[in-house]
Design a protein around this ligand. Structure first.
Ligand SMILES: C[S@@+](CC[C@H](N)C(=O)[O-])C[C@H]1O[C@@H](n2cnc3c(N)ncnc32)[C@H](O)[C@@H]1O
Length: 259
């Protein structure tokens, strides 16, 4: 089975190497990933809405809600992209008092900055350029951390999780959203067909970028989701780690705490 084709428990899965080994085969060098997001930044929000039928907004709201913000927190949104989680967390009535969004794609941040300005939240939401594996943030300085649909792109997810742990203050909370694969037998083949064949075509046509929406199923197919990723979080030091499948497991919400 080609690692480009998502079907981890399909024919050929037994001889397929571990998710870790497959992940190593996908080029996730910062230059490649940042360049890819730079290239699609202008169409990223539109494509998110189209390809997820608007569900992406619900998933982000759900992730923010698990943090139980009170209006006083300082939140760090890593891989912030066009700042949807950063803005979502700052907009809520009892949202974060201050939000810092970090991303290494300058073009994604530019679009995010426009949205922050339009929302008149520039005083509370700051976007900075940086790498998830080496966060430009002081240790134990934030109350909550989030990553939405970013961790699977990071070259060494374990290193990024250690960084999240480092910057959180004791008893600070974590919420991570990332794609998984549906476990329900009736849904799985249909989803894999959509994800492998329909989604890349729409993505390529709308973004006018050939590689980004070929990379998307590749990156999801090689990401260690569910219990495997929960273990990475536990190894990084997080406690109360939970992994919840959303929408039949298309997406997983991971939560944890630094205690
Ligand atoms: C799929 S987008 C998600 C954006 C946003 N969080 C959302 O929910 O729409 C992934 C983002 O992660 C960023 N990213 C990937 N790896 C990164 C890393 N190692 N450090 C910083 N940003 C990274 C990319 O530049 C991109 O903007």
């Amino acid at each position: 089975m080609s690692h480009k084709e998502l079907a981890p428990d399909g024919p050929g899965a037994k001889e397929d190497p571990s998710a870790e080994a497959r992940s190593a085969k996908v080029d996730k060098s910062p230059a490649k990933i940042a360049g890819m997001f730079d290239a699609i930044a202008g169409r990223y929000d539109l494509l998110n809405t189209v390809l997820s039928a608007g569900l992406d907004r619900y998933w982000r709201r759900r992730a923010i809600a698990t943090l139980k913000l009170t209006g006083r927190e300082r939140l760090l949104d890593v891989c912030t992209g066009t700042a949807d989680v950063a803005l979502g967390a700052a907009r809520r009535a009892t949202g974060a008092a201050r939000v810092v969004g970090v991303d290494f794609s300058g073009a994604m941040l530019c679009h995010g900055l426009e949205k922050v300005t339009q929302a008149r939240l520039s005083e509370r939401v700051q976007l900075i350029r940086g790498d998830a594996m080496d966060l430009p943030v002081a240790s134990a300085s934030v109350d909550a951390v989030t990553i939405a649909f970013g961790i699977r792109n990071v070259q060494q997810p374990g290193v990024a999780c250690q960084e999240l742990f480092r910057v959180l203050r004791p008893s600070g909370r974590l919420a991570i959203l990332e794609f998984g694969l549906p476990v329900v037998p009736a849904v799985r083949p249909l989803y894999l067909w959509y994800f492998n064949h329909v989604l890349p075509r729409i993505g390529r046509a709308v973004s006018r970028n050939t590689s980004a929406y070929t990379y998307l199923p590749e990156s999801v197919g090689t990401f260690q989701f569910g219990d495997e990723f929960a273990r990475i979080l536990t190894d990084a030091g997080f406690s109360h780690v939970k992994s919840r499948p959303l929408a039949f497991g298309i997406v997983y919400l991971y939560t944890g705490q630094k205690s």
